[in-house]
Ligand binder design. Sequence first.
Ligand SMILES: Nc1ncnc2c1ncn2[C@@H]1O[C@H](COP(=O)(O)OP(=O)(O)OP(=O)(O)O)[C@@H](O)[C@H]1O
Ligand SMILES: [Mg+2]
Length: 384
Amino acid sequence: MADLFTYRRTALAASYCDALEGRGILDATSGLFLAAPRRTGKSTFLREDMVPEMRKRGWETLYVDLWSDRSRDPAELIIAVVREALARFDGVVLKAAKGVGLDKLNVLGALSLDLNKIGQTGGATLADALERLRLKCGKPLVLLVDEAQHALSTPAGTQAMFALKAARDRLNQGTSERGLHLVMTGSNRDKLTHLVLRKSEPFYGAGVTRFPLLDRGFVEAYAAWLKPQFADGKAFSADTLERAFDLLGRRPEMLKRVVGEAVADWGGADALDALIERNAQQLQSRAWQEFASAYNSLPGAQKAVLDAIARLAPDYTPFAETALAAYQAVLGKPLSNSAIQGALDALRDKELIWRAGRGDYAFEDDGLRAWYLQQHPQPPQIAD
Ligand SMILES: Nc1ncnc2c1ncn2[C@@H]1O[C@H](COP(=O)(O)OP(=O)(O)OP(=O)(O)O)[C@@H](O)[C@H]1O
Ligand SMILES: [Mg+2]
């Protein structure tokens, strides 16, 4: 039942759309890059708030989640969503043409664009395909790329990002109405920054916007939604829920789970109040349980490398003096280059850290890093 509750942020979506059009305080005409930690509601916001607002404004929306299928190259996923939209509009145009008795072959000839070859050598470029789509649908396009930083994990994905930039510039040239808006989200600010920071990066010049975590409004709406579900007229107070929500890193799923357990096991709303009073720390640990057990099973070298990244990012470089000193602070002895490289690879495999192109490493999750540093204000002392 708790899954049916969705809190809308319509005003926020409208303000982002204004920003995309260049009519807001925030200027996102070269792209809107939104960063927020894992499981805090990015995708839900895109789906439930942004897309409806965009449709209301008469935009054609294309949505792609680069994490939806990890076995496929991010470039392929991006091309697929453009291709599908083109095929859809081809269908519409063909039907209309048939209706007025136009020669089908001619129409096909005029429209033909080998959909299978988009983005390949000899085929249409992604920019060509988007331009074609723009002409066909006759509306401004908006491409929403969820977990966009993932594109940088492959050469083709990185190329696709450059192609999107080229398309944006081409479609927005010389018209008062913008032809292509770009919205990209990511769960790690450091990572998303790699799309915009340097001259060599695809969206150089754009900025990363911190996507706001769900606010008090969410908590109040949730409390109000819960109320009628209790036959005995008891209710969770918004203050209690707010406190728990904060301890859980403002992750709705976890709040829903805690509330569910409070009802089932602990005797309801009063019990949650009491639990939070007694044991805020325990509630918070719950949010990071999975990470804590992964962390505990790491060998010493990996713990030391993770610690160095937590403390030094975004200025962490694996073999720099500062990093070597940080490993030593944890292990009490130096770490060999091959051990460092081995630890980095293992941590990436475990999806605890992430690597951008040129040897920059960052935590997979900003929230995780914050929690780690809170648990370890000083480097832990570990025997390897
Ligand atoms: N506005 C909301 N109202 C109610 N529940 C929400 C809301 N936003 C998110 N949730 C719930 O929180 C969970 C995470 O949401 P979502 O998948 O949108 O987050 P995310 O930031 O995209 O996560 P990930 O980092 O895994 O991509 C889901 O279970 C979703 O139902
Ligand atoms: Mg998501």
